[in-house]
Design a protein around this ligand. Structure first.
Ligand code: ADP
Ligand code: MG
Length: 458
């Protein structure tokens, strides 16, 4: 027993070490084994600042994959275990250094980098974005604004179902601005973060600082703006920020999962502001584009895959690009576990196991209804039925939310699936849950779990 006081033993470090161990233990049970072993097991956590945990991943690929796929989950889960909100910063370390199984959690020196500076995801660049019929307009709009800030299209509003590349384009703009206009600050905020920071500022009487921060942007990128719909005060704040930046000729780009007109409960003034520039949609890519995307992703990640195998995956995994990427990662992971190149056999096996089993690449509505019915203990008939009893409506809303998130089907189609309902009621249901999960941790966790169960990629 050492009597020396060491930083490793500080209370915060001990709590982190324990929480991290507990969390990985539980992830071992929930994630696919090959995914767990490749992406979670080798991670090492250290405390960087008070509320920032630095997570080191072996190599860039793992770092980015974890950042892309697991970050919100890790932040939530670890934060809950440590009983305080934390942010995770993922850094890549050289692959050669094998992780030590029980390396102690140490206090890292505070980072010099300002927590405000937005660092776009390395791989979300225009060069890595595959252009097809489905996304050409959004892509060229994004390229144009990155070159001619504030002059060409302002604002640029991009909308499309989840997983089709909206965030990718926003980050690409940030990269391009850094190169083309090095002096200009890029601010990136998600609707959710805007709400949280705004509310925090309200509580702490720091509205002025909050405004200064938001309004100092040279380029303002807002992701998932649909999340502020229905939040009156926050919308008001978005409106003012928007007007302020706009009047100064700053470039504004907004992304949403629906077009401005469908942004429910959104202030009419804001909606029309959003529509005043270019409104561009992203649709689901066709098979050719899916194949091209797969090949590009494989090249980017150093995964050797033949055209024929990529085509096979593209034909069989027809959901959004995120799911497609999941399929590629699974194929690569299985190949690497088997110490084999990527073969058609492996691809077929992955498709059979994870995608065919459900009948389609994305979970079907029957599956979603089934899982929600079991979760809330309410028969499917009633979920689809006309009852307005609170527990039944709640289950219905959750099912609609999951269906929209996971299938990206149109509101109209969802309406037909959910007992011949109007498409606006589908949008309401979705909106309702989107808002609830911001404040209701339990519901958020439940939804996250249901999604994981329904979605083969995690
Ligand atoms: P969204 O924000 O619309 O939900 P993302 O931008 O997060 O979607 O995209 C999901 C994943 O799919 C990301 O890894 C992204 O790089 C990838 N992706 C989407 N569209 C394309 C594309 N056209 N070319 C290359 N990768 C893409
Ligand atoms: Mg996104």
């Amino acid at each position: 027993m050492s009597e020396q006081y060491s930083l490793e033993d500080s209370e915060a470090a001990i709590i982190l070490r324990k929480s991290w161990q507990d969390m990985t233990q539980s992830l071992r049970d929930t994630l696919q084994q090959s995914i767990f072993e490749r992406f979670v097991q080798p991670l090492e956590a250290t405390l960087a600042e008070d509320d920032v945990v630095q997570v080191r991943a072996p190599g860039k690929f793992v770092a980015e994959w974890v950042g892309d796929k697991l970050l919100p989950l890790l932040e939530q889960d670890l934060g809950a275990r440590m009983e305080r909100p934390i942010r995770i910063r993922i850094v890549a370390k050289p692959i050669e250094r094998a992780p030590l199984a029980d390396q102690p959690v140490a206090i890292a020196p505070p980072s010099v980098e300002s927590s405000q500076a937005f660092v776009p995801m390395e791989r979300y660049r225009f060069e890595n974005f595959v252009i097809g019929h489905s996304n050409r307009l959004a892509y060229s709009g994004a390229r144009a604004v990155a070159e001619e800030l504030g002059r060409k299209y302002n604002p640029l509003f991009i909308y499309g179902s989840p997983g089709l590349g909206k965030t990718h384009l926003l980050h690409s703009i940030a990269h391009a601005v850094r190169v083309n206009h090095p002096g200009i600050t890029v601010a990136y905020v998600t609707g959710q973060r805007f709400i949280e920071e705004f509310l925090l500022a309200l509580q702490n009487n720091q509205i002025e600082q909050f405004r200064r921060r938001q309004r100092s942007a040279g380029v303002w990128l807002v992701d998932d703006i649909q999340l502020v719909a229905g939040k009156e005060r926050t919308q008001e704040e978005v409106f003012h920020t928007f007007n302020h930046l706009y009047s100064l000729g700053k470039q504004i780009v907004l992304c949403s999962d629906r077009r401005p007109r469908e942004l429910f409960l959104m202030d009419e003034r804001l909606r029309s502001r959003f529509e005043s520039g270019l409104v561009a949609d992203i649709k689901h890519p066709d098979t050719e584009t899916r194949c091209a995307i797969l090949l590009r992703m494989a090249e980017r990640d150093g995964i050797a895959i033949e055209h024929e195998i990529a085509m096979f995956l593209a034909q069989n995994v027809t959901s959004n690009v995120r799911v497609l990427e999941g399929a590629l990662i699974k194929v690569a992971a299985e190949a690497s576990v088997a110490d084999s190149p990527v073969t058609l056999d492996i691809a077929q096996h992955v498709v059979e196991t994870y995608y065919r089993a459900a009948g389609t690449a994305k979970p079907g509505h029957p599956q979603i209804l089934d899982i929600v019915s079991r979760q809330f203990n309410i028969p499917i008939d009633e979920i689809k039925g006309q009852s307005r009893k609170a527990p039944i409506t709640h289950a219905r809303h959750v099912a609609v939310y999951l269906a929209r998130e996971l299938t990206g089907d149109s509101w109209k189609h969802l309406g037909a699936v959910f007992g011949d309902r109007d498409h606006t009621s589908m949008m309401h249901a979705y909106q309702k849950i989107s808002e609830l999960i911001i404040t209701n941790r339990d519901l958020e966790a439940t939804i996250r779990r249901l999604m994981r169960d329904l979605q083969p990629e995690l």
